[in-house]
Design a protein around this ligand. Structure first.
Ligand code: FE2
Length: 242
């Protein structure tokens, strides 16, 4: 499996607290069948945050070197999770957004109470600047919980819909779980990811998710969500339908 959303870089955001914890996260991922992780630390999408990109790159190099030194069978890829704010439009227009694994995919998130019109306009502007938006955990947004069918519009626009492991496993409460289930039932999800933040809760271990998806989705859908689309995304290829 390939995990396209994981806060595994040490000492940067609210993910791994240390290099030791980051390596423990790598180990957890590997034993659950993960071969590749895109490291996606939080990045506020505004000009003042650009100075953080060299720090993200340094922490990425530190972790990648430690993974190699410890002979852990995992490929680490660069990325970020971009919190979209009004300034993000300028960064997109100037082609300064950090992408996933050097593709044109960008992992985007919003404040949970953001309006649909703001998110829609933002995603449209990002796509218009030549990026392919990946919408992180839409099941956690108020407006999507009220009407998950709104995601039909984004799927039609070619945006990637990414659900969180913890959402279907009940980690974020019944409302998020129900919304994730509705998105899946409508066939609107493209890919699952861990959105892991550590070794204790919100971990990168994919075993329980894999079991859940294989039990509750048909075999083709399960393979698309957990295998085919994460791999296609890693290589910058378009998603296959669900
Ligand atoms: Fe995240």
């Amino acid at each position: 499996m390939i995990d396209i959303h994981c806060h595994i870089l040490p000492d940067f955001d609210d993910g791994a607290d240390s290099l030791e914890e980051a390596l423990d996260m790598v180990h957890m991922a590997v034993i659950s069948g993960v071969t590749d992780i895109i490291a996606t630390p939080h990045f506020q999408g505004e000009a003042e945050s650009l100075q953080q990109l060299p720090i993200i790159d340094r922490q990425f190099q530190v972790l990648r070197a430690a993974v190699e030194k410890n002979n852990l069978p995992l490929q680490l890829h660069p990325g970020a999770e971009i919190l979209c704010v009004p300034d993000t439009i300028s960064l997109a227009a100037e082609h300064k957004l950090p992408t996933l694994a050097n593709t044109d995919y960008v992992l985007t998130e919003f404040y949970f109470d953001e309006s649909f019109s703001f998110m829609d306009e933002m995603l449209s502007d990002i796509a218009g600047s030549g990026y392919r938006p990946v919408v992180a955990h839409p099941e956690r947004y108020d407006v999507i919980q009220k009407d998950p069918r709104l995601l039909q519009r984004w799927a039609r626009q070619g945006y990637v819909i990414q659900l969180n492991k913890g959402s279907v496993l009940g980690s974020f409460g019944a409302r998020v779980e129900q919304t994730a289930n509705e998105i899946l039932a409508m066939g609107l999800a493209h890919v699952f990811a861990s959105d892991a933040h550590g070794c204790h809760s919100r971990t990168p271990h994919m075993g329980a998710l894999q079991q859940w998806v294989e039990e509750l989705c048909d075999a083709d859908y399960a393979a698309i969500l957990l295998e085919h689309n994460p791999r296609r995304l890693l290589h910058g290829r378009p998603m296959v339908g669900t």
